[in-house]
Ligand binder design. Structure first.
Ligand code: CA
Length: 343
């Protein structure tokens, strides 16, 4: 009997200290090399928990892709601590603090190489810490995965109404399947978008490989928002039920998930000036094109009129600046509109 040739093993510099194929619960680390003056053979350990029970889909769950986004890190630690093999069909791979150096620092970017890992995909095995880790995800983990959920929040700079997220794709069937997953997850909104600089993200990489891929924005504003934590705790288990990986009934949210869109990467409400951003409306406000969303106060010139930011289209204010100071070009306020299936 001839066997098909095995795929050449992918060269990675990341050391997995558990076998990701093992049955049952496996708790270990992905070790990313970090050689520095104090440590020749140093590594940064990124905890990974795998729960496997027989055949079935593989679900990859990640949080802490940005270190200042806390809700997902909390909810996924709860899941990683409690999920038992007998609850699951298939395999759940959980990485609650993916970009560990940034998570430990409580920052979006890594203090090791200054990179945003979510702008470092598909990665580079010869690159910096974030690029080496991104390369491992792209070339080792994602090829084993059927569905991935990367749990984000607004972090320090944004305050978002709790939502799941995905990109606007050419493949309408994939978008519908993602919306179905989002409805099961059960956040109040699912926002589909053409992201600013989205091509270098983890999610775009997974989408490009044909993987059903969902992200989220579950709060932010540089703190832990309980509503977002609770949505993630419920949503991660709901996702497994929806995927046929877990028995039980979906636990719905307070309201059905409403699919929304940010139609283009021009629609991110970029600030026209530097200063202090003062919103004119609350999150969730309905606005029409031309309505004032907020104003930038220039304290260097206290008698000048604040610089107004206006809505470019009709919709609902979904996201605002999460901290007071803003630079010209930062996203100040994002308006979303209802998604009409098929366009
Ligand atoms: Ca994020």
């Amino acid at each position: 009997m001839s066997r098909p040739p095995a795929a050449a093993p992918v060269f990675t510099r990341v050391i997995a200290d558990i076998d990701l194929e093992s049955e049952g619960r496996s708790v270990g680390a992905l070790r990313v090399p970090h050689s520095h003056n104090e440590s020749a053979w140093g590594t940064v350990a990124i905890p990974i928990v795998v729960v496997r029970n027989g055949d079935g889909p593989t679900l990859l769950l990640t949080a802490g892709t940005h270190g200042d986004e806390y809700e997902g890190q909390i909810a996924m630690c709860d899941l990683a601590r409690t999920l038992r093999p007998q609850e699951v069909r298939g395999r759940v791979i959980m990485i609650p603090a993916l970009h560990m150096p940034a998570c430990l620092a409580g920052t979006r970017l890594s203090p090791i190489d200054g990179r945003d890992i979510n702008r470092s995909f598909p990665g580079d095995v010869g690159g910096t810490f974030a690029q080496v880790l991104a390369h491992y995800l792209t070339h080792v983990l994602l090829p084993q995965v059927d569905v991935n959920i990367d749990v984000h929040s607004g972090g320090r700079s944004l305050d978002c109404l709790p939502s799941t997220m995905s990109h606007i794709l050419d493949d309408l069937d994939v978008m519908r399947r993602t919306v179905a997953l989002a409805r099961a997850f059960g956040a109040p909104f699912h926002v589909m978008n053409r992201e600013v600089d989205g091509s270098r993200t983890f999610q775009a990489t997974a989408e490009g490989m044909g993987i059903i891929s969902m992200s989220s924005e579950l709060g932010g504003a540089n703190r832990v928002q309980l509503a977002g934590v609770e949505i993630a705790r419920r949503g991660l288990r709901n996702a497994m039920i929806h995927l046929g990986m877990m028995d039980g009934a979906l636990v719905p949210g307070a309201v059905p998930t409403r699919p929304m869109v940010i139609p283009t990467s021009r629609d991110y409400g970029f600030s026209p000036a530097a200063g202090i951003y003062c919103p004119s409306v609350l999150l969730g406000a309905r606005v029409s094109a031309g309505d004032r969303l907020g104003a930038i106060y220039r304290i260097e010139d206290p008698v000048s009129e604040p610089v107004a930011l206006h809505a470019s289209r009709d919709g609902m204010v979904w996201c605002q600046r999460g901290q007071g100071r803003i630079a010209a070009g930062d996203s100040a306020a994002v308006v979303v509109s209802d998604w009409v299936d098929g366009r």
